[in-house]
Design a protein around this ligand. Structure first.
Ligand code: ADP
Ligand code: ZN
Ligand code: ZN
Length: 816
């Protein structure tokens, strides 16, 4: 009997192992087994069971045997297994890596290597006095083992006082001095237990002679009528553990241990009284149609296109409730929950303990507990970021992908899946309603809705007929003419901010770059100070007094002289949020100013704290990167200022106009969400750019028309299928050789059918010490694209090219 096994490594191929019949009969696809692989023992996922050896097996190869079954029960449901198969097939991704996303966090088991002393080792040690047959290292290892018999390899090395690996043991193993055994280590994350204490039943406390402290404990436990966590009891009564222990010795109390849940939302207030809302007429009609779709209990994809502040969250909540009432579960994906703690809180308040949340800001323990609550069916609603798509929900009735246009849904490393597109596949497998929600849908999504692939639902007005904010483009060329010097804040903007402060209203200021100055330029030699590992200018961070690379986190001191020509004429160029904050403080000394960007949210919960203070009106101005644009619902904000709209319009990426439109529209959606109307100021040197003009007019459809024409003309999605072949290597020549090799193969196969861009250096030519080349392939149909890619990779393999260094990115979102 045989098992086909996928390893959680970046490999496209799978491996076949012989399998003992007892293990064979216990396993299902998706379950994990321990297998030997390149002198290691690794865990792999069973993807297929067969009773025949693989057909293409070369003659007289002996297959290795499966060692152990790891998961006693299958953690991957049949539906998720199917989904994982689709993801790996569609995205050319490692099946093992995709399946790993379906498991609780950190569940890749580690192996312990236990080194055991054999009689031969003792003999050798004895003989060695005369023969000196052992090396210095071997002698030392055997001596340590002589004291302990068996030790974990790492510990053995530590006690022996030097770095030791399996290589140092090779001769000892073959001379039968020691033996190495591989054992599965304890999992990295396990349930947390808590010690509790309770009064033993039928204890007549009145008859006892007790010390003062003991009496306190007894009275407190009696009042409680049940077990109480020991730590909490000790703290509450401020007594020492010895009082408890002596009660325990006398047999008066019993200790117990129970699993406790690590709850990521523990600080959120419990269920508030359900405040029934009267829905807007648009919410009513959208809900009517979506309720119908939900009750059909079959796959329905829908786009909910609602302007910012139209009340989309309310629609999601009603449908989640409806799905639960029908006995089905619900999944809601969001771009980044850390950015919008409000939403998770609102959901907890409305839906109670039924919800679980999953995102990268949780501790491993919290994620572990949430995963198991979902798996056991205790949590029937999951709110999470991209990877929550693989949450082990059963009987899924509804999937919501909020802000479906957000680029963070595409994973940038392997497996490179797009969570929105994969959500549609999961919905299809589950027979669920899938709602893609956005104020500014992705061009592809809107195209699909218009061509009838998705239901299209529109909400055009804000709740309570609040107007959309008035958007003004501030022409920075004019500003320059009047002031004669480059300014971060235009006069118009300064006046507007002053006015809001006067009226005790709040202001948001966006500049999508952190740090103080974008780069440091030498005026003598013209050189920008670059990262050592990347072809990127270093950014000056004033608070830390360092130059920092935003791509690899490399840092260095700020040099006094140019590192190339030793000139002292270094010039700090371009502005970042740190400078914006400093300038605001100078301009408005009385205002309370906060900054939100990746630098200010390093500490856990810092993020939520900054947002909460702003929400509560303890801050007047919040400056920051795109983090301030996402989904927040601040009611007292009446002005949003965007300092530089231009930089992102000129990136070498066909989506740069779309990205800019999304960001500026999101930002324009923030002010005016309360009683007071809002205003938006956008500073730009290109006020005539169609993207900015259409943002100002809140004209999504107009933008789409422009953009779709451009996509058609330039043969970009949705009119073509796109794949990016990326090659990365520390060695420039090797990388160039590899991209040329695969490039030639693709060119031959694609001749006349597809458009190729490249092979060429990637716009980010060097990143994290790796040189990067890419080849962009545009095909008329997906089928063609897949065929060519498959064949190309196979031919490349046959030609002996290092295919593991060719990264395939299907539907790339980022081609830099
Ligand atoms: P969107 O996600 O569409 O930008 P939100 O869901 O954040 O909009 O809703 C905007 C605001 O309107 C929120 O404060 C929300 O609580 C409120 N809201 C939603 N629906 C209603 C309603 N029917 N009546 C009153 N307020 C509502
Ligand atoms: Zn210089
Ligand atoms: Zn770098």
């Amino acid at each position: 009997m045989f098992l086909e096994v996928a390893l959680p490594l970046p490999l496209l191929q799978t491996f076949t192992y012989r399998c003992p019949s007892d293990i064979f009969h216990q396993t299902q696809p998706g379950q994990r087994v321990l297998v030997p692989f390149r002198n290691q023992r690794v865990s792999g996922f069973v993807v297929k069971k067969t009773e025949q050896p693989p057909k293409d097996l070369p003659a007289n190869t002996t297959l290795k045997e499966v060692l152990e079954l790891i998961d006693p029960s299958n953690l991957v449901s049949a539906e998720l297994f199917q989904l994982a198969e689709w993801v790996s097939d569609y995205y050319f991704a490692s099946r093992g890596e995709v399946l790993r996303s379906c498991l609780p966090p950190k569940s890749n088991p580690k192996m312990h290597k236990i080194v055991m002393l054999l009689q031969g080792g003792l003999d050798a040690l004895e003989r060695d006095e005369q023969t000196a047959e052992l090396s210095l290292k071997e002698r030392q290892l055997l001596r340590v083992l002589g004291e302990h018999q068996a030790l974990e390899l790492k510990e053995l090395a530590q006690r022996a006082g030097f770095e030791a690996g399996e290589r140092d043991l090779r001769r000892l193993v073959s001379n039968q001095c020691v033996q190495i055994q591989h054992q599965l280590a304890e999992p990295a994350v396990t349930p947390r237990f808590q010690k509790s204490v309770a009064l033993r039943a039928h204890t007549a406390v009145e008859a006892l002679k007790l010390t003062g402290q003991q009496n306190k404990v007894v009275q407190s436990l009696k009042a409680r009528q049940g077990p109480m966590p020991v730590a909490a009891l000790l703290e509450e009564l401020s007594i020492s553990p010895s009082a408890l222990n002596s009660l325990h010795r006398r047999g008066l109390v019993v200790f117990s241990s129970e699993a406790v849940r690590r709850d990521p939302l523990r600080s959120v207030a419990a269920l508030s009284s359900s405040n029934e809302r009267t829905h807007t007429s648009e919410q009513v009609s959208v809900l009517k149609e979506l309720h119908e779709a939900l009750s059909s209990a079959s796959f329905v994809p829908a786009l909910l296109h609602g302007v910012t502040g139209s009340g989309k969250t309310e629609v999601y909540l009603c449908l989640i409730e409806a799905s639960l009432q029908r006995g089905r579960t619900a999944l809601m994906l969001m771009p980044e929950i850390g950015l919008t703690p409000r939403v998770a809180e609102e959901f907890r308040q409305r839906l109670g303990p039924d919800i679980a949340i999953l995102h990268s800001g949780l501790s491993d323990g919290e994620r572990f507990d949430e995963w198991w609550r979902i798996k056991r069916g205790e949590a029937r609603v999951v709110i999470g970021t991209r990877s929550a798509l693989f949450a082990p929900l059963e009987n899924l009735g509804l999937i919501v992908v909020d802000e479906e246009h957000d680029p963070s849904y595409k994973q940038q490393e392997s497996p490179r899946y797009h969570a929105r597109d994969t959500a549609l596949v999961r919905g299809k497998l589950a027979g669920a309603l899938v709602i893609l929600g956005s104020a500014t849908p992705a061009v592809e999504t809107f195209h699909n809705a218009r061509s009838g692939k998705y239901r299209y639902l529109r909400m055009k007005s804000r709740v309570q007929s609040r107007p959309l904010p008035e958007v003004t483009l501030v022409d920075m060329r004019e500003e320059f003419k009047t002031s004669g010097k480059p300014a971060v804040f235009s006069g118009t903007l300064q006046a507007q901010v002053a006015q809001r402060l006067e009226r005790k209203e709040q202001v948001l200021v966006l500049l999508n770059r952190r740090g103080f100055s974008a780069s440091v330029l030498c005026r003598s030699c013209g050189q920008n100070i670059q990262c050592r590992n990347c072809s990127i200018s270093l950014t000056f961070h004033r608070a830390a007094s360092r130059l920092v690379c935003h791509y690899c986190s490399y840092e260095q001191r700020v040099p006094k002289l140019c590192p190339r020509c030793s000139s002292e004429h270094l010039y700090f160029q371009g502005d970042g949020t740190e400078k914006v904050e400093a300038l605001l403080e100078k301009l408005f000394p009385k205002a309370r100013i906060a900054r939100l960007d990746r630098d200010t949210v390093q500490r856990k919960n810092a993020h939520a704290a900054i947002l909460r203070r702003f929400q509560n009106g303890e801050t007047d101005i919040l400056a920051g990167t795109q983090m301030i644009s996402k989904g927040h619902d601040f009611h007292n904000v009446t002005l949003a200022a965007i300092l530089s709209a231009d930089s992102s319009l000129s990136f070498p990426d066909f989506r740069c106009a779309e990205r800019t439109f999304h960001l500026l529209s999101q930002m324009s959606g923030r002010p005016g969400r309360g009683e007071l109307p809002g205003q938006v100021l956008i500073q730009t040197f290109h006020p005539e750019h169609y993207c900015l003009k259409l943002v100002a007019q809140h004209d999504y459809e107009g933008f789409f028309e422009k953009e779709i024409r451009f996509r058609k003309m330039m043969h970009y999605p949705p009119f073509t299928s796109l794949a990016n072949l990326l090659v990365r290597d520390r060695d420039l020549d090797k990388a160039a050789h590899l991209i040329n090799g695969i490039g030639k193969i693709v060119q031959k196969l694609a001749a006349g059918q597809m458009r190729l861009l490249g092979p060429a250096l990637s716009p980010l030519a060097k990143l994290k010490s790796e040189h990067r080349f890419q080849l962009l392939i545009k095909a008329r149909t997906r089928q063609q694209l897949r065929e060519v890619l498959k064949q190309s990779l196979r031919l490349a393999e046959e030609e002996g090219l290092e295919t593991s260094k060719i990264h395939v990115d299907i539907d790339p979102q980022n081609i830099m």
